[in-house]
Design a protein around this ligand. Sequence first.
Ligand code: MCA
Ligand code: AMP
Length: 508
Amino acid sequence: MPTSLYSLIEMSFPADRSKVAIEVPDRARGRVSWTFAELAGATARAASLFAGLGLRHGDRVAVQAEKSPEALIAYLACLRGGFVFLPMNTAYRTDEVDYLVGNAEPALIICDPAREAETHEIAARHGTAHVLTLDAEGFGSFSEAAAKVRDALPVADCASSDLAAILYTSGTTGKPKGAMLSHGNLAANGIALRDSWRFTEEDVLLHALPIFHAHGLFVACHCALLSGARMIWLSKFDRAEVLRQLPRASTFMGVPTFYTRLLAGEDFNARLVAHMRLFTSGSAPLLAETFEEFRSRTGLAILERYGMTETGMNTSNPYDGERRAGTVGFPLPGVEVRVMGEDGRELPRGEIGGLEVRGPNVFSGYWRMPEKTAEEFAEGGWFRTGDVAMIDADGYVHLVGRAKDLIISGGYNVYPKEIETLIDEMPEVDESAIVGVPHKDFGEAGVAVVVLREGSALDEAALIARLKEKIANYKVPKHAFFVESLPRNTMGKVQKNLLRDRYRDACA
Ligand code: MCA
Ligand code: AMP
């Protein structure tokens, strides 16, 4: 088996490469479909373009572009050429991009044409030599330059330990950390998912997730690419467009918000999805009531799985066999999980503790942060997920909480510390706390509880507007409450559980 993930992907293409690999039905202009042969050709040209710019093995390519097959081609070109792909959420504001670029030092940034000027400034500040553009319809200097390339270089030799991608994830303290994922990590996980979920060339995956995170980029694309399946590619989750395309698909992947939005109208029903083979859910807890409502409406059981940026997917409910609501199933082939007590000993089934995972899917560490990396691994290569779990008598893993101070909103992670730091820097503010509360659409959302300095004035609208200048909108708290003081325990720690209770109806 080849060690380059790209070679493995090309090997998995159908024998008939004139079959459609990817189509974009919601595109107003530009190209709307690629065969496997065309995808391979475009990838080869893009990889040669990067090499022609002087990029060397291991150099980073940062991409902040709207979802498009051309952006996927930039990813595949990195795999093919031995470069390291670094996707960035399109919602990130200048300060957030500036930090990632400063930390990862990419040789090339591909950005939306609308952000070209500011990206040039960021690039100049951090010594990035090249900036190319790519818009939502696939136009821009990246596509223009790639189209002119004539000679395709051979696929680069990549060992399975060579870096394929760096995905940044924030932390409970400090700045975002770059999770380093190797060709071997991504290949192992992609194959485990493809096989466990029975993907074949006959499948059509309706792809509505963003591609700057592991769910949309790796879980979804690798299942399709490693099986030669077709993808119907939507620029974003749009309920009406999903309903229009579902009759042509066989599989669909989503975060829980996708499912609650689909279930919101009676037009999502058994007749529409009777032909569907598989619906999967992840990135955030799928409520048992959503699972049950989906089943009673369609007769189908959503398959819930669990993973992380650092590890790819760890567990999955079974393809055959009972999919249990409120559980994330069993470890995937090759993955080991264990539940640990506070004394550092493994706990028996039925007991609740910290979940640790080990396997070929687990990343090698955080980019240029050896101490952080060491903190997160226990002896023997076990990664501490920060999730609190219990394994039941039948072996199903239940996620019962999080040890990390993290809010998951519509499948996006929001780290309270990052937002609290920004609020605390405001001159009117004495201190603040961000807590996650139930949200009717996003499952969970952040609200801010703020103590003002004596004599200062600041209202909710002004606070929210200031945050929107600095951080991606999804991280901005949905409400702000102003209080005299924050509740603290005897150790002086803010009692977030009390705040969560007090404001639990704020977004319901
Ligand atoms: C948008 N907004 C949000 C979110 N999305 N606020 C909180 N949480 C969100 N997730 C903001 C918008 O900026 C806007 O703010 C307002 O909410 C309304 O936006 P709306 O138009 O309703 O949003 P949308 O564009 O329809 O997006 C909702 C979405 C999207 C489709 C659910 O958030 C999404 O695609 N989520 C998927 C995330 C994902 O792929 N996660 C995987 C991570 P304003 O009005 O102020 O402008 S990978 C991972 O977690 C691991 C590996 C795993 O296990 O998979
Ligand atoms: P990320 O850092 O974006 O990779 O998010 C990873 C986190 O998402 C995990 O540590 C879990 O807390 C959470 N997560 C992923 N899948 C699920 C799931 N099916 N149920 C509950 N939480 C999940």
